[in-house]
Ligand binder design. Sequence first.
Ligand SMILES: Nc1ncnc2c1ncn2[C@@H]1O[C@H](COP(=O)(O)OP(=O)(O)O)[C@@H](O)[C@H]1O
Ligand SMILES: O=C(O)C1=C[C@@H](OP(=O)(O)O)[C@@H](O)[C@H](O)C1
Length: 300
Amino acid sequence: MDCVLAPSAGTSSSNFVELRGGDGFRRLGFSREELHFGRQSRINLVSCRNPSQIHHRARRPVVLLCSQNANVAATESTSVDTALKSKGKELARDLKGTCLFLIGMMGSGKSTVGKHLSDALGYYFFDSDKLVEQAAGGASVAQIFKQSNEEGFRDAESEVLSQLSGMYRLVVATGGGAVVRPQNWGYMRHGITVYLDVPLDALAKRVVAAGTEKRPLLGEPQREFAHEQTLARLTKLYEERGMAYKNADVSVCLKMIANEMNAKDICELTPSIIAVKIMERTQELIRSQKHYGSPRIGLF
Ligand SMILES: Nc1ncnc2c1ncn2[C@@H]1O[C@H](COP(=O)(O)OP(=O)(O)O)[C@@H](O)[C@H]1O
Ligand SMILES: O=C(O)C1=C[C@@H](OP(=O)(O)O)[C@@H](O)[C@H](O)C1
């Protein structure tokens, strides 16, 4: 189904989110309650059938894929699938609608793992880069960097995170650099932040394989030195941001998981396995916080 995240027509003070399917809003039957918006949120759900009526500082409405029902490839073993489902049900009960914000370096798997996670939890999945692109009228992240510099991209990213922070039952894949702005932590702290800690060498392999053109901060490496040059860029970025990632509520270190599972390499850790590990660690956090009393769980 498509999801439109956009401010309300004609006013700048109140925003809204609309979920709609190909057959229209009503048919899918989403209600304010089903979308689980916070009462204090600036975002109000309204029913609007014509997104072209929506204006926001002359930007087009944000249209994104909301992949709660997306087909996550069913290529993994039944036991992992079973663990994913049962852990998902358990954790969803504990979370009480609290959102999960995935943070980590480019290529750490925030989007890939996030979709499995949202599927297991029965949550909606949002990719903040995609929202930023939609807000910019469909321009790619690379184009936005060119047109508005990194600062312009970061402003749009903060705006998206600000809007998402008022919602419930979301898994959000943030951009790798979202952690550098303190204000973004204020937004993400409405939910639980989960750091995907992946070795830099593996990140370099993944992003080179996926193509670096979608990630402008990696530049344009020469083909024959793509791995080395990308690794060098990632290492520099990590030196600048590594400490920020450590602020996450939950850290999932792939090397540690591989050790625990006696896996030879982190390559053996499929997105589903990682999603299960994230849910286990998040459940531990919630259960320990219940003991001390957490202001962030159970708002919903
Ligand atoms: N657990 C994994 N094992 C192998 N490849 C992965 C894994 N997670 C992600 N990838 C791959 O790495 C690349 C980057 O993943 P992506 O989810 O886009 O990362 P991010 O959203 O953190 O930038 C993609 O090509 C994806 O298929
Ligand atoms: O690390 C970063 O600063 C960035 C990461 C990218 O997202 P991914 O982490 O999804 O690749 C994207 O937001 C942009 O290219 C900047």
